[in-house]
Design a protein. Structure first.
Length: 214
């Protein structure tokens, strides 16, 4: 945390803790796509494409109580209520992925030399307590679950050569989702996976579940 941010925090702003399911997702090959569009002065189309993706998240996530927390340049941090069911999350990620896939082919792909590889979205998912506060007039969330979801998302590429449209869950988040309701078709084939996450559990392999979305 930047000390200057804390100095700008109004003492009247409340600080609370909230349990959330955190989904961090990333657009594969976004830097490659962006550089090629930049060369042909087509960055406006990429902006419009990201806006359409944001609108999909908002429309599909409204009934689920999804909070579109923060854009990170090539993906978003999404916060879900902890009681969301696995089937509901599966349907959401599937809809988001199919929207991305079809809209990309229609809007962006005609502007490129070829479809990038790897291609698609990758997701990291964890559950935990987050600290909610306001800093410099903006709502911020701090906590291990955000860090873990980001690390899990980054680890998807180490588990498969074809890692687009995959989701890597922490073990406890997947188990809690399974207990919350019936399995959705998207995640029926989720399989145990082990990854190495730096500075997590003393460098030992971290156990999670890997699921393919598309």
């Amino acid at each position: 945390m930047n000390p200057e941010d804390l100095m700008c925090t109004d003492s009247s702003d409340g600080i609370s803790t909230e349990r959330k399911l955190v989904v961090v997702f990333d657009i594969c090959s976004s830097t490659t796509i962006l550089e090629e569009l930049k060369q042909t002065d087509c960055l406006g189309q990429w902006r419009n494409f990201l806006i359409s993706l944001k609108e999909c998240i908002e429309s599909e996530g409204e009934m689920l109580g999804v909070h579109l927390y923060k854009f990170q340049g090539d993906g978003w941090i999404l916060l879900f209520p902890p009681e969301i069911r696995l089937a509901e999350l599966g349907d959401f990620l599937y809809t988001l992925s199919t929207h991305f896939d079809s809209h990309f082919d229609f809007v962006v792909l005609p502007l490129l030399q070829r479809k990038p590889c790897p291609f698609g979205l990758t997701f990291g998912i964890d559950t935990g307590e987050l600290v909610r506060m306001r800093m410099s007039g903006q709502e911020e969330y701090l906590g291990r679950a955000i860090n873990m979801a980001a690390r899990l998302q980054g680890a998807t590429k180490s588990l498969s050569d074809n890692y687009g449209y995959t989701a890597l869950f922490s073990k406890h988040s997947f188990n809690s989702l399974s207990a919350a309701g019936p399995k959705g078709g998207v995640f029926v084939d989720a399989t145990p996976a082990k990854v190495r996450l730096k500075n997590i559990i003393a460098g030992n392999e971290y156990e999670g579940y890997l699921a393919r979305i598309l």
